[in-house]
Design a protein around this ligand. Structure first.
Ligand SMILES: [Zn+2]
Length: 78
């Protein structure tokens, strides 16, 4: 039995995963663990930092309700 797989505190994320979370990150909609993982990825990844600043620009242009995670959209429009 090998049931002692080591788990790091913050799991490394791929760029793809980080990109998916950037908008939520900007809106402070991430779980603490996800947020920490995104931040640690951004520290080491210039490409994703660029993507983040693009998101920051885009954020002002997106309609409210873009986020549907946690039923944010519905609670806002209920
Ligand atoms: Zn990246």
């Amino acid at each position: 039995m090998t049931d002692d797989t080591p788990k790091s505190e913050v799991q490394a994320m791929s760029c793809e995963e980080v990109r998916d979370l950037l908008y939520l990150y900007l809106c402070d909609e991430l779980e603490a663990e996800e947020k920490a993982a995104v931040e640690s990825h951004l520290e080491g990844c210039e490409e994703c930092r660029k993507a983040l600043s693009e998101h920051q620009v885009l954020r002002g242009a997106l309609p409210s309700g873009f986020i549907n995670r946690k039923l944010f959209y519905y609670s806002k429009n209920a």
